[in-house]
Design a protein around this ligand. Structure first.
Ligand code: AMP
Ligand code: TRP
Length: 327
């Protein structure tokens, strides 16, 4: 099966990105043909600093590799190196209804927060549809917040196929493990954990130090009563922490409930912090080694982007012909 997904290179990645996306990416690479890319063109739809931006890109690349992405098995490319993405975006925009884009939750949330409503932010899902359809993948592993965009991609693909002839297989949004598809904020379990949250304590960054992780876990909100049980309706904060603990320890939630029976919330939170630290420490060592050689990282991205572009340009050509744009 062909699989494709991407992560925006905007600031520090969080443990939610790891549980909801990166860990799934890595798990899939042994059995499938995988394409994972860095969505830098999506990252610039929200405020950013051009001076540090290229560092963010290399940062994501190093992190993918440090977590175990194998460049011999998987194609890891950079979106902006392949102009076919923006070319196909335009072609798809001509068959995308405005109304569909207006009802996208991410767009509504971002404009609601007071971000300036630029056309780029509005077109975000059309570019995402182009990212996906260029490679004709069967599945797209993403967290819950991106499922709506993958569904829109399916509807654009369907429309294209009907109008211009069978071209795109319909991609499935794939959440390997539903439990990890929506990790919540440590400060407010009604909200998703997000790297763009203003409250620094709401999320744990993948590059946070053990001290930072312990401090953030210490201040994580809990629920009333004292028992450590999984019940997302009645105990949303504890259930979120149990989910995180399960993702980092590999233990099922029922086993963790047993293990922490009678423990205090404070002790439980410190144990969860330790599980996260245990997983991240070896990753940090690899990351710092990789990020030392920026040239090597850059060459890897360029090389893999060339490989990806071969497929992208074939699809674009096919689309142009079907749309009557080829002379
Ligand atoms: P982003 O940081 O928005 O580029 O997201 C990268 C990937 O992480 C996407 O597949 C998201 O769906 C996933 N993701 C982001 N936030 C969460 C979350 N709170 N829980 C689970 N997955 C998430
Ligand atoms: N929009 C996705 C996010 O915020 C990143 C992304 C861009 C993506 N293009 C994609 C994910 C194509 C999957 C497929 O996480």
């Amino acid at each position: 099966m062909r699989i494709l997904s991407g992560i925006r290179s905007s600031g520090q990645l969080t443990i939610a990105n790891y549980l909801g996306a990166i860990s799934q990416f890595i798990a899939l690479q042994n059995e499938h043909e995988c394409f994972y890319f860095i969505a830098d063109l999506h990252a610039i739809t929200t405020p950013y600093d051009p001076k540090t931006f290229s560092h963010n890109v290399l940062d994501v690349a190093a992190m993918y590799l440090a977590f175990g992405l194998d460049p011999l098995k998987t194609t890891m490319f950079l979106q902006s190196l392949i102009p076919e993405h923006t070319q196909l975006q335009w072609l798809l925009a001509t068959i995308t209804p405005m109304g569909e884009l207006e009802r996208m939750t991410q767009y509504k949330e971002k404009t609601h927060q007071g971000d300036p409503a630029d056309v780029g932010l509005f077109m975000y899902p059309v570019l995402m549809a182009a990212d996906i359809l260029l490679y004709k993948p069967q599945a797209v592993p993403v967290g819950e917040d991106q499922v709506q965009h993958v569904e829109l991609t399916r509807s654009i693909a369907e429309k294209f196929n009907k109008r211009f002839g069978e071209t795109f297989p319909l991609p499935e949004p794939k959440t390997l493990d539903k439990a990890f598809s929506r990790i919540k904020s440590l400060q407010d379990p009604a909200k998703k954990m997000s790297k763009s949250d203003d409250n620094q304590k709401a999320s744990i960054g993948l590059m946070d130090t053990p001290e930072q992780i312990r401090a953030k876990m210490k201040s994580a909100v809990t629920d009333s009563k004292k028992d450590i049980v999984f019940n997302p309706n009645k105990k949303p904060a504890i259930s979120n922490l149990l989910t995180i603990a399960s993702g980092f320890s590999g233990l099922p939630i029922t086993m963790l409930e047993q293990q922490f029976k009678g423990a205090s919330y404070a002790d439980f939170k410190m144990a969860v912090a330790d599980m996260i630290i245990e997983k991240l420490t070896p990753m940090h060592e690899k990351y710092y080694e990789l990020i030392k050689d920026k040239k090597k990282l850059k060459n890897l991205l360029v090389d893999h982007s060339h490989k990806a572009q071969v497929i992208a340009s074939e699809t674009l050509k096919e689309v142009q012909e079907k749309m009557g744009l080829a002379l």
